[in-house]
Design a protein around this ligand. Structure first.
Ligand code: BES
Ligand code: MN
Ligand code: ZN
Length: 489
């Protein structure tokens, strides 16, 4: 999709979009259009009960004498109260309303003074993504027609410059969505690692460790999860050095289970296809690296993803097995379906041991329990750092990738203590997301740390303002903003 910024004149082809504030009458270009159309816009509003509420849209076919296809009125409510995240959603709404309309071009006339045009453009861009590579045919009227959107603003040049950066971030989001949507017969630990190597074209240093190298390092927790799979488990390390070489890096770690059957503790069949996106944490981290490298962020970043496939087979790990993690701590596997923490614990230990980062942020589709707690709106945030938590919460409100802080407490530790080994990989029936986080905390080696449980936010079963049903790309914009606002010089 082509997005550009034009001067404050009237669109001449396709659809003209006007933003309408609640209970306000037309002014400027919209008023002129209304009078050119003999009051058809005002009439459509009254007869169609359109009052300019946020999210309302009204489509009016243009009369033959006007060159345009149609006029679209988009309600924005009280514009003075709209946050950046809301403006982004307005952009997504505009795209969704026009995608299949028949128009190839649209022009949005932005006359509201403090409208955040760049965010609207970003929203339109984000909403335009589709994962359609496996559709060899599409029903009539399903294939989007819209190819370009122009935002008519006072200062097109400034907006264009600001937008370029958002475009880079959007391409990171799209990479994440591509990875998350890819089925597990195509995306496995080996092909995923190859896919990541493509980031080297942007200047990201990519290193891939195989099973022999991980065995030498003692990463038996991670290796145990992948031992039932026909594919080789991989640990991929990405480095982006955008700051001085002596500056301590920040780090991100992702769970990359390319398919989670549950292993010998097999999951029920219904809904199991969803477990193709159990690599969402890794997918987000990889998309983030694409975004940061794409916009040449002035920061040093290390990102590590643990890529495994959790399968039942004669070589698979069994309940009751005991593994020694890279940290030296031993773990009794009581449920092979609690595999994410086993992948992360070695990836985290490796990351802090080798790179001595300022902090670690891990992302994982770790527990179904976080969906019970928070649904699909917020990701669960667990951290021992109030500063990192606040920074992430702010970045979440700004971008709309929202996070909600959950508790950690030593009293939960007894739920994962174990007689056979140092710990077991499941807790009791309650607080499933917290005991999982409490498990990970044992592998931070006191490096400041945040765990984001994104099981509820990686995928959506319905269309959202910024994404169609499918992979959401949640977390890329959140972490890009978090880095930009706090760790770039
Ligand atoms: N990948 C799942 C968590 C998950 C569930 C993600 C639903 C997205 C949607 C994870 O590996 C898992 O199976 N967790 C178990 C843990 C339990 C066995 C302690 C769970 O949540 O049921
Ligand atoms: Mn599992
Ligand atoms: Zn899993």
């Amino acid at each position: 999709m082509q997005i550009n910024f034009a001067s404050m004149d009237m669109p001449t082809e396709g659809t003209a979009v006007f933003l309408v504030e609640k209970d306000k009458s037309f002014s400027g270009a919209a008023a002129k259009m209304d009078s050119d159309m003999d009051g058809a816009l005002s009439k459509a509003m009254t007869v169609g009960r359109f009052s300019g509420n946020m999210g309302q849209v009204k489509e009016i076919a243009a009369p033959a004498k006007v060159a345009l296809d149609r006029i679209l009125l988009v309600g924005v409510g009280d514009a003075t109260k709209l946050t950046e995240a809301k403006w982004t959603e307005v952009g997504g709404t505009i795209f969704a309303a026009l995608a299949n309309s028949g128009s190839k071009a649209a022009g949005v006339v932005v006359e509201i003074e403090d409208a955040d045009t760049v965010s609207m453009a970003e929203g339109a861009m984000l909403r335009s993504y589709r994962f359609d590579k496996y559709r060899t045919k599409e029903p009539d009227g399903k294939k989007p027609t819209l190819q370009s959107v122009a935002f008519h603003v006072v200062n097109a040049q400034t907006a264009q410059v600001q937008f370029e950066r958002r475009e880079k971030v959007a391409s990171g989001v799209f990479f994440t969505r591509d990875l998350v949507s890819e089925p597990a017969n195509i995306l496995n630990p080996e092909s995923f690692a190859d896919e990541i190597k493509g980031l080297s074209a942007l200047g990201v240093d990519v290193e891939v460790l195989g099973e022999a190298e991980m065995a030498k390092l003692g990463m038996n927790a991670l290796l145990g999860v992948g031992q039932g799979s026909a594919f080789e488990s991989k640990l991929v390390i990405m480095r982006w050095n955008g700051a001085q070489s002596d500056e301590q890096p920040i780090s991100f770690i992702g769970k990359g289970v390319t398919f989670d059957t549950g292993g010998i503790s097999l999951k029920p069949g219904a809904g199991m296809e969803q477990m193709k996106w159990d690599m969402g944490g890794a997918g987000t981290v990889v998309g983030l690296m694409k975004a940061l490298a794409g916009r040449k962020a002035k920061v040093n970043v290390v990102a590590t993803v643990g890529l495994v496939e959790n399968m039942p087979s004669s070589t698979a790990q069994r309940p009751g097995d005991v593994v020694t993690s890279m940290s030296g701590q031993t773990i009794e596997i009581l449920n092979t379906d609690a595999e994410g923490r086993l992948v992360l614990c070695d990836a985290m230990w490796y990351t802090q041991d080798r790179f001595k980062p300022k902090f670690m942020i891990d992302l994982a589709t770790l527990t179904g329990a976080i969906i019970t707690s928070l649904g699909h709106e917020h990701a669960g945030l667990f951290s021992d750092s109030d500063d990192l938590s606040a920074q992430l919460s702010d970045a979440g409100s700004a971008t709309g990738d929202k996070v909600w802080r959950m508790p950690l407490h030593e009293n939960y530790d007894k739920l994962i203590d174990c007689a056979t080994a140092d710990m077991k990989n499941i807790g009791g029936p309650g607080a499933g997301s917290i005991t999982a986080a409490q498990f990970l905390k044992r592998f931070t080696n006191d490096v400041p740390w945040v765990h984001l449980d994104i099981a509820g936010t990686v995928w959506s079963d319905k269309d959202l303002p910024l994404s169609e049903k499918g992979g959401t790309g949640f977390g890329v914009r959140l972490l890009d903003r978090f880095v930009a606002d706090n760790y770039e010089n």
